[in-house]
Design a binder for this molecule. Structure first.
Ligand code: NAD
Length: 370
């Protein structure tokens, strides 16, 4: 089995889908690895590191020639795959709902697109879950970036020149990113509160030293541990709670996502206007439409004296660690399904059906139909 790793071509992408560590492990399974020149440069991995780990390093066209599997962080355009074996697997993130045309193109070209963001949230797939590994780092980076933009300190400090009070941080959406944001803000000494629409998160917030702030009776747990969209009545209840709470906050980190839909709007311009000048909002959902009115990917927007920010690709701002974890997720995935006799991975139904977008010239994923 020949596995190809291409340099990421999307703008602002600094990650890479394999590291020398995972190259070694895949070679040990019996695969041969081919890595494009410069693929790891932005993540501080040199071509020599890959070569020493046992990979063939070369130009894109050579690397992809006769590949059985192409691994990526973001799925490459079809043009980059010419020369790969017919029916080759491409394991990467596909943004399947946002990039339907690309999915169609993969089907047409006969490749088997495996969307890593569709990995089911079951215990045995946790080690393969790129959404979790990347969200965790994103939650951390959001807090650090907000702290850096904030013109004041996070911890309470008692100094000879007087006392500085602790920053108040409000985390909205307590999934993987939100939990890490709470933990990071606590470590920096902030007073942290947090909210979600899944009631079980209250205990998780408390266990990290944060204060849960929930709208009365609001509960919108969806399938597979994800949230559901709120009804208009629920949205109004949540907006009321946010209005009462947000004016006292210095930093707001929003992380709320609903699979397959635009990110829910959690903070309005009118609510921002009630915040103190100098406050900072980091919108981790900015690339999915944004939780915050007026947020723009990769821009620092100032409104009512409040800084509103968010990266289009937050994990790409921690390229070395995000690549290391992403690559391990991919390795774990291939390793679990590696069939020694066949000398290649063979997927089971539960995970295969969940992540496979295209096969045999067709779009086959249930979530993309209807
Ligand atoms: P996510 O990125 O889809 O969403 C982030 C958070 O925003 C979620 O907690 C969600 O409930 C919340 N949210 C959505 N709409 C909201 C709204 N209107 N207001 C406030 N909050 C809102 O979620 P995630 O980080 O991927 O994690 C979701 C859950 O799945 C977590 O409980 C996590 O532990 C679980 N999980 C399980 C596995 C596994 O078992 N393999 C893997 C990953 C995550």
């Amino acid at each position: 089995t020949r596995i190809a790793v291409l340099k990421e071509r999307a703008g602002g992408e600094t990650r890479v889908a394999a590291t020398p560590e995972t190259v070694k492990k895949l070679v040990a399974l019996g695969a041969s690895l081919a890595v494009e020149e410069g693929a790891g440069a932005a993540a501080a991995i040199s071509d020599a590191d890959y070569a020493n780990a046992g990979a063939e390093v070369g130009p894109a066209a050579t690397v992809v020639t006769n590949a059985d599997i192409v691994m990526g962080v973001q799925a490459p355009d079809i043009a980059a795959l010419s020369g790969a074996k017919p029916g080759a697997w491409v394991a990467a993130t596909f943004d399947p709902f946002g990039q339907r045309e690309r999915v169609e193109a993969y089907a047409e070209a006969g490749f088997e697109a495996l969307a890593l963001e569709f990995m089911p949230r079951i215990t045995r797939a946790q080690s393969m879950d790129v959404l979790s590994s990347q969200s965790n780092l994103a939650g951390y980076k959001a807090v650090l970036t907000a702290a850096d933009t904030y013109g004041r300190a996070f911890p309470m400090m008692m100094t000879a020149a007087g006392t500085i009070s602790a920053a108040r941080v409000f985390v909205m959406g307590v999934g993987v990113a939100g939990l890490q944001a709470i933990a990071t803000a606590k470590r920096l000494g902030a007073q942290v509160s947090a909210t979600d629409v899944r009631p079980e998160t209250a205990e998780q917030i408390r266990s990290l030293g944060g204060k849960p702030v929930f709208a009365e009776g609001l509960e919108a747990a969806g399938e597979g541990g994800y949230a559901a969209e709120l009804t208009d009545k629920q949205k109004a209840a949540q907006a009321e709670m946010v209005s009462a709470h947000i004016a006292k906050q210095d930093i707001v980190i929003t992380t709320a996502l609903i699979p397959g839909r635009a990110a829910p709007r959690l903070v309005s311009d009118a609510q921002i206007a009630t915040m103190k000048p100098g406050s900072v909002i980091f919108d981790l959902a900015v690339a999915q439409g944004g939780n915050v009115e007026g947020s723009v990917p990769d821009e620092l927007v100032e409104k009512h004296g409040v800084s509103i920010m968010g990266y289009a690709n937050t994990p790409a701002h921690l390229p070395t660690d995000s690549s290391a974890l992403f690559s391990r997720n991919l390795f774990n995935f291939l390793n679990v399904f590696w069939d020694k006799e066949a000398g290649k991975p063979v997927l089971d139904e539960e995970i295969g059906d969940a992540i496979r977008l295209t096969k045999g010239g067709k779009v086959v994923n249930a979530r993309l139909k209807g």
